[in-house]
Design a protein around this ligand. Structure first.
Ligand code: HEC
Ligand code: HEC
Length: 391
């Protein structure tokens, strides 16, 4: 490397503004997605960052064809021989210096882009299967969603590993060429290398446009979609709490709501297996010491609705889990005695059950804002003192 005293005047712009914005927004989206993973209460943030991630990747794919010189894929489409040559001479004086991505770096970029797309797409399949949200909602069963979830995790770890290698490469190259590549990705400027070591002809005459308009549009789209996504958070009040991750619209029945909602919440049929609903209706004259006394016609309609939408229909995560954990010989007529319910609520402190608002355990709506709809999303839970429950 030549000395750097006058090189500052020799800087040329390599990374255009959209490429730099893409790079750092991708970093933000990845960190957000990583921090919000694994806990369903932050699923809305996770899904949002996933969409942002995917949107950014889609932008980068387009930019790889229509962007400025150094951002275009053809400019850094190196073969494996170039990578080998680059790595072979890396620690010698013959090492090559590139203005854009070096061959090893370019491979990292392609693999990160490809793997990022795979992770996001598998994430959408998980979302469709497990939560019945997103473009694949209703097309994939819960069990497949669960399988995709595992792949999503594996691929995300792979992606993290690659990002680690990429960062290591940046540190190594910055050190070897005494050039701060992180700064270059912020300012866009790099110092043209001494042409003796450069494999690449220096093309200072290339005009790298600033693309201010496209960049501003990009920022606007990102801000607008973020605000749109989180509008509920921004405008929530006590009367209208934010229901961030509202599940699918479950089938509803006016007679069921009226007949069963008179004394307590009209529990959604997805919360118990069909055989338990059948027993509840058959034993209507001795319903927890109440006589429900429905006529035959009413009973038939309630029965049809309950059986059709019972846990077996697996319309929600809770239904799926209830269906898979309630033993065939379960003999109680309660939701609150099922193994699944007991497991989910075992960590709730006794004083919370004693809170005057709770009244009894079957009063799901005090803690689950979406209890009426029957979806029981994690993000819609509040404890009676208005605290968000701790895991
Ligand atoms: C006349 C009032 C009344 C009506 C109407 C009524 N129930 Fe109940 N239900 C009760 C009472 C009382 C309990 C017991 C509450 C407690 O545990 O203290 C109960 C409990 C339940 C439970 C158990 C909740 C738990 O702890 O898991 C289920 C399930 C249930 N009812 C279903 C229904 C269904 C389905 C209907 C409509 C077909 C219905 N109920 C209509 C009074 C009623
Ligand atoms: C006193 C508050 C409270 C009441 C009442 C309550 N729950 Fe919960 N429920 C919670 C909390 C808190 C969690 C989360 C526990 C955890 O994740 O460790 C939870 C978790 C759940 C989950 C699991 C959600 C998921 O996807 O992981 C389901 C399903 C559920 N409750 C259903 C019910 C039903 C049905 C009722 C009424 C019969 C009910 N709950 C009554 C507080 C309550």
């Amino acid at each position: 490397m030549s000395n750097t005293t006058d090189s500052s005047t020799h800087q040329i712009r390599i990374w255009d503004l959209p490429t730099r914005l893409f790079h750092w927004l991708l970093v933000v989206a990845f960190i957000l997605a990583w921090l919000s993973q694994g806990d369903d209460r932050y699923l809305d943030i996770h899904v949002f960052s996933g969409y942002l991630f995917l949107g950014l990747l889609a932008f980068r794919l387009i930019w790889g064809f229509i962007g400025t010189h150094y951002a275009r894929f053809y400019h850094f489409a190196y073969g494996w021989r170039d990578v080998w040559d680059y790595l072979k001479t890396l620690l010698t004086k013959q090492r090559q210096h590139f203005l854009g991505h070096n061959p090893a770096g370019s491979w990292a970029v392609f693999v990160i882009l490809g793997l990022g797309l795979i992770v996001s797409l598998i994430g959408l399949l998980t979302l469709g299967g497990e939560e019945r949200h997103g473009p694949f909602a209703g097309m994939i069963g819960f069990a497949y969603g669960d399988m995709f979830h595992q792949w999503h995790d594996v691929m995300a770890w792979l992606l993290l590993g690659l990002i680690g290698i990429h960062i290591l490469g940046v540190v190594v190259e910055s050190g070897l060429h005494r050039e701060n590549l992180v700064k270059a990705m912020i300012t866009g400027f790099k110092i043209p290398p001494n042409s003796l070591f450069s494999k690449e002809p220096i093309r200072e005459n290339i005009r790298v446009h600033r693309h201010g308009l496209i960049a501003s549009l990009l920022i606007l789209v990102v801000i607008a979609s973020s605000v749109g996504y989180f509008w509920g958070y921004l405008t929530q009040s006590e009367e209208q709490p934010y229901l961030p991750f509202v599940g699918p619209d479950l089938p509803d029945n006016a007679l069921w709501d009226e007949a069963c909602g008179e004394c307590h919440l009209a529990y959604h049929p997805t919360l118990l297996p069909a055989r338990v609903w059948q027993r509840i209706l058959n034993e209507q004259h001795d319903h927890f010491e109440e006589d429900l006394d429905f006529d035959e016609e009413t009973l038939v309609e309630l029965h049809t609705f309950a059986v059709k939408n019972a846990a077996e229909s697996m319309q929600t995560e809770a239904a799926w889990k209830m269906q898979h954990t309630t033993p065939p010989d379960y003999s109680k007529l309660r939701i609150t005695k099922t193994p699944y319910w007991l497991e989910q609520h075992q960590n709730i402190a006794e004083e919370i059950w004693q809170h005057p608002d709770v009244i009894f355990q079957g009063n799901c709506a005090v803690c689950h804002l979406d209890a009426e709809q029957g979806t029981f999303e994690d993000a819609a839970m509040r404890l009676p003192n208005n605290e968000i429950p701790e895991k």
